[in-house]
Design a protein around this ligand. Sequence first.
Ligand code: PMP
Length: 461
Amino acid sequence: MIPTRSTQAWQAADAAHFLHPFTDFKALGAQGARIIERADNIWLWDSEGQQILDAMSGLWCVNVGYGQPALVEAATEQLRQLPFYNAFFQTATPPAIALAEALAAIAPPGFQHVFFAGSGSEGNDTVVRMVRRYWDLQGQPQRQHIISRWNGYHGSTMAGASLGGMRYMHAQGGLPIPGISHIPQPYWWEHGRAQGLSREDFGLVAARWLEDEILRLGPENVAAFIGEPVQGAGGVIVPPASYWPEIQRIAERYGILLVADEVICGFGRTGQWWGSQTQGFRPDLMTFAKGVTSGYIPLGGVLVGERVATALIEQGGEFEHGYTYSGHPVACAVGLANLKLIQELGLVEHVREDVGPYLAEQFATLKDHPLVGDAETCGLMGAMLLVKDRATGAGFAPEQGVGMVCRGHCFGNGLIMRAVGDRMIIAPPLVITRAQVDELMHRIRRALDLTLADLHRRGWV
Ligand code: PMP
């Protein structure tokens, strides 16, 4: 165990040595990080003893909730038995083989193979390498180009950040890398509402932006399209039901590979094992991470469908790609225990039939609040949009940072909710109960009321 220190002592050492991800180091150093010390079920405790409802499952990953002994035991046993061995030298370990087999069993039909990585970003780097390799093997080496979406999120490595459509990430470091371009996202509120399109009609319009981009590039140059079934980090943007089936039709028409980034949507988050099942499409490749181990230990990878697997295996020769931790035995042992637990607890059904519909019903009532323009969920992901004027849907000026004001009131009142612009988002652990959803809603409403009062004081509403 790490000896305890006071909050101030941790904050001082943190500021002195730890460069946090996606952080303004100087600003955080001045303010001091919140130190999270322990957790159980859906709850966290900080070093000041405050109990916090974690409505973000850590970072969209703690699907089975905190404190599950089966995962701890799986890791401990594997650490004793064999803490590490690689899979490079024609060797394999039982946990990696067994997890690959278990993933194939829960994957949609046609997925029998897994390539392991250490994270979602690495998984998407593997996707880029793999789709380009696939087209080389097909004798079409010019098919290099990958299309993705503005405001999509696919990780923070050079390839992950390039696939992602976060302009502020591209601005640092000369991204995207060559051979990647972006189309607008299927966000009806932003791109369809003002045009007077129904959500379903807008879904078709948004999907056809893919066709336009394929034709612009020349179909013979396009390798793949990648997207999150439901965009997570971009603000939980649930696409119209018409969107993905039309994307599928377009991908098939031009023969391009379809990649689902299931890093957030996988492992029950949307009420099916995979978000692509909920959204009604059949990808060729699926990136996974996060929920595969419920975040207890890092692990990611790519599920490889028949079309690509056959080419790689039957004609491939050596695939010059892999990571030290591809198939890490401890991570894979935890992954196996996690999948077993999801099954034993019936969490996918729990989300689909019980707590997902209940959250949808409760979350929709937020539209009564004077600050909320829109509120939507998909399984156990949800977003509400803070607006200035509900009658017209007019929003606040981005520089006012109203989402961050609201997030401050959430954090101050024992609730972790994330702000993406003025979209307030949640993705609670899948083990959440109806009574806990009631508690979550109570805390959300309190944060909204405090935010409204705060905005009145500032003269912004
Ligand atoms: N893809 C998606 C859809 C994600 O949400 C994330 C992480 N939020 C990633 C990829 C990157 O995963 P990691 O942070 O594990 O590299």
